[in-house]
Structures are given as C-alpha cells and as structure tokens.
Design a protein around this ligand. Structure first.
Ligand code: ZN
Length: 168
C-alpha cells in the first residue's frame, strides 16, 4: 500500500482535513499541532477528532504525521526555552493520544552553543520525561540541514539521541 498526501491546515478542524484529502485523492496528510512559528495552539473538539477517526477508517487512510512547532527547542542553552519546549512536547503528545497509532515529527533542536553532545543529551532527556510504555504515537526525529547549532544534521547524531531514549 502506498500512502500519498500533503501538508494541510488545521484551521477548519480535524475532520475538515480528512475531507480535503479525500477530495485531493490522497490517503494520508500532515499538519502542524500548533502555530509553527508562534507555538500557540487552539483547543481540540473531541467530537471533531472522532469524526476524523471514522473518516480515516472508512477511507482506509494510512498513518498521519503531526509536525511540532519550529519554536520548540528541547536543547536550548536557555532553560526557560527548554522547559517551554518540554511543555509543548508534553501537550502535543497528550493531544496525539486522541488519534493513537499515528506519527509525530519534530525538529530535534539547536544546542545554541552548549555543544552537540549536551544537545543530544537534553533532547533524549526530554523524550524520556514524556514517553511512556503506553504512548500510542511513534515519535520521529526530523533530519536537519545542520546549519548553526542544529542537532540532527547527520544520521549519527540522530542515532545517538535514539540510543538514549528508553521507550524507543
Ligand atoms: Zn520539519
């Protein structure tokens, strides 16, 4: 089975994304869990999510991909930024539990001068603080271009994060 889709806006809600993708002829889609640049999120209507679930099953959709905010940085040298990132990750994964069995993708982060090793450790710590054996979502680390102090510019760096995550 091949799953094809594109990125959609969540502005009109969850079921609306499913309907749009049906109209486009696809069978999966990606969306931002929150404003990608501002990090703000809107409340979710559980009935809307249930309506999407029904549609996904009826139309044989493949796994969906949620994308975290660009402003989420789990390995910033600034502690407030780091804790804010952990908050976003926690809330995003809680929200994903309304749609279990899907994928959550995020940019691992930028170490902002702490060094790659510290960045890798902090990203893994954040994931270990949030992931449990019951987490119904598969978390994906997105490969980065490696510009600035980005972590995840090589498969080796991503491997090092994954190796330190308990529930991988
Ligand atoms: Zn991305």
């Amino acid at each position: 089975m091949i799953y094809i889709g594109c990125h959609l806006s969540v502005t009109d809600g969850y079921e609306a994304m499913g309907k749009t993708m049906c109209r486009f002829g696809g069978n999966t889609f990606a969306w931002f869990t929150r404003n990608p640049r501002g990090g703000k999120t809107r409340p979710v209507d559980p009935a809307d999510v249930e309506a999407l679930k029904t549609l996904l099953q009826r139309e044989n959709f493949g796994p969906l991909v949620a994308h975290g905010s660009y402003t989420m940085n789990l390995c910033s040298a600034n502690e407030a930024t780091r804790l804010n990132g952990l908050d976003m990750l926690t809330q995003d994964l809680q929200r994903m539990e309304l749609l279990p069995g899907n994928l959550y993708n995020f940019h691992p982060g930028s170490h902002t001068g702490q060094g790659t090793e510290a960045g890798i450790r902090q990203i893994a710590e954040a994931l270990n603080a949030v992931l449990t054996p019951d987490t119904g979502t598969t978390v994906l680390l997105e490969t980065m271009a490696g510009k600035g102090s980005e972590v995840g510019g090589s498969f080796e760096e991503l491997r090092e994060v994954i190796d330190r995550v308990e529930y991988r």
